[in-house]
Ligand binder design. Structure first.
Ligand code: HEM
Length: 479
């Protein structure tokens, strides 16, 4: 009897469950069937493949042609998914509605970061605030440190160049110098020229290969622990006479939540390693790619060299050979504009990806609608190559095109984003690029190996380093 009762309860539960699933399914399907006023999908020939192959092989043409044919908003079919591309008029939608468009659930790259750097990700707001504070508080104090390491980096990776020296891969040379600077700035002078850390910083972007995933945390934590131990020991020994270094690691150690007492075993090294890695990952490739394009333009544009060189010499004399504060750097107005122009003309094609996370769909100000879950990206090419926004001849390089600094928020220049997630490293990126080009001008004469070559290289949407050879630069000591 009891068995029959239990059985009938089970059957009833099963019926309720099946009913529930049917109802949920019904709502799901009817929700999917809601007819949205979607942006047009760009024509494609092969089902499933859609625009994927054109994206990989000829992204620039795909974006330009799609914009010309479909206008301000359209969708592309990439890797089996629709991505909606918006132009300048819809950027406000993405930024004003932070709750409808999510920065972090965006691209797969971000998901990997989320998965690998789990500690920093769990505390993402704190991590970002922390690093933003570091640059805000310290950029002035670390100016000469950056400068000294850039100069040391030249000595090691570029050399004197008494005889003309060809760099077939100028990006590689800058990547070396920047990794050297970052190593010192983040982990301190104790790192010296540690090959293991240097290689890791330089290649962290390859983190997406399994070999690196298993190695990176172990290596960083190992080194951090050694340095912390040494510093705490010195601090205890010297007391008030101990002068704390100005690097990022020490900034962490000054935080009582991360390092609650002077016990090296009680420091949250996992969190430190994660935050440092995220910043190095975000910093290294984006800054070195762009700086290498700026370097190439500097070598190529002989007409701009005399004015830039004169500015560099004047500032050098005023500062007696080395920078003291950001004010000294602010004097490099011409160089700043030159760099900003190279950034404008060597940009990623689609930027600022966001995922729509509303309950059902989102309606843009222009009336078009997209379903929840859809990725949206901004066509920055349209913004950078459009006469209405950039003035006459937007495709031509013009060293005095801009009238505001590269780091300034500017609706017509979105290299560093806008709004809540604007790049927290932008001041550092521009500072490093300016200091590097300034000293290169003072120390070397430059010329390109091949005339009239345009080394711009897009891999999918992203700007990548120019292919070795295409961006060959000849360095020769400036007497
Ligand atoms: C020229 C070099 C750089 C470029 C072009 C660049 C560009 C950007 C852009 C476009 C964003 C996203 C903004 C958005 O979607 O609204 C971003 C975010 C970010 N950048 Fe940069 N960046 C550069 C250098 C750096 C450097 C040097 C650092 C660190 C020292 C850095 C750290 C970050 C971080 C941590 C984020 C994520 C911000 C967040 O989660 O809210 N970037 N960057």
């Amino acid at each position: 009897m009891i068995n029959i009762l239990i059985e009938s309860i089970y059957i009833q539960l099963l019926i309720v469950l099946v009913g529930l699933i049917a109802v949920l399914n019904y709502f799901h399907l009817t929700r999917k069937r809601v007819k949205l006023n979607e942006p047009p999908i760009v024509d494609y020939r092969i089902p499933m493949i859609g625009h994927t192959l054109r994206l990989i092989n000829d992204c620039e043409k795909l974006i330009v042609e799609s914009g010309e044919k479909y206008g301000e908003i359209y969708s592309l079919y990439i890797f089996g998914e629709l991505i909606t591309v918006v132009g300048k008029d819809s950027i406000g939608d993405l930024y004003r509605k932070e709750n409808d468009f999510d920065f972090y659930s965006g691209t797969d790259v971000k998901l990997v970061v989320k998965y690998i750097f789990d500690d920093a990700f769990k505390n993402v707001n704190k991590s970002l605030k922390f690093m933003k504070n570091y640059f805000k508080v310290n950029l002035n104090n670390i100016m000469d440190r950056i400068e000294q390491n850039v100069i040391k980096g030249f000595d090691i990776y570029i050399g004197e160049c008494n005889e003309p020296k060809v760099f077939n891969d100028s990006h590689e040379a800058l990547k070396n110098v920047f990794a050297f600077v970052a190593m010192n700035l983040f982990l301190g002078e104790e790192c010296g020229h540690n090959e293991e850390i240097f290689e890791l910083f330089k290649n962290l972007v390859r983190l997406f290969s399994l070999r690196y995933i298993s190695k990176y945390k172990h290596v960083i934590i190992k080194h951090i622990k050694l340095i912390i131990k040494k510093r705490f020991h010195e601090k205890k020994k010297l007391g008030d006479a101990w002068i704390p270094p100005t690097d990022v690691l020490q900034f962490f150690l000054n935080d009582p939540e991360i390092a609650p007492d002077l016990d090296p075993n009680n420091v949250n090294c996992n969190l430190i390693a994660d935050i440092i890695s995220i910043f190095i990952l975000a910093a290294m490739s984006s800054t070195s790619y762009r700086a290498s394009y700026a370097l190439y333009e500097l070598a190529k544009r002989k007409e701009d060299w005399p004015e830039l060189y004169q500015e560099a010499q004047q500032i050098n004399e005023q500062c007696n050979g080395n920078f003291k504060t950001c004010d000294d750097l602010d004097k490099m107005v011409k160089l700043d504009r030159f760099i900003k122009e190279t950034f404008r003309l060597n940009a990623d094609l689609l930027r600022l990806p966001r995922q729509c996370i509303t309950d059902t769909h989102y309606t843009f100000s222009n009336g078009y609608q997209i379903p929840s879950g859809r990725m949206v990206s901004v066509d920055v090419l349209e913004l950078y190559r459009n006469e209405n926004f950039q003035g006459p001849n937007p495709n031509e390089f013009n060293a005095s095109h801009h009238n505001s600094p590269a780091t300034k928020l500017d609706r017509n220049f979105l290299l560093f984003g806008h709004g809540k997630h604007i790049c927290p490293g932008r001041n550092y990126a521009v500072t490093l690029t300016k200091i590097t080009l300034h000293h290169i001008m003072l120390k070397y004469n430059l010329r390109t190996k091949f005339e009239n070559r345009v080394p711009r290289n897009h891999i999918g949407f992203f700007i990548a380093p120019a292919r070795p050879g295409d961006s060959s630069i000849i360095f020769e000591k400036n007497n």
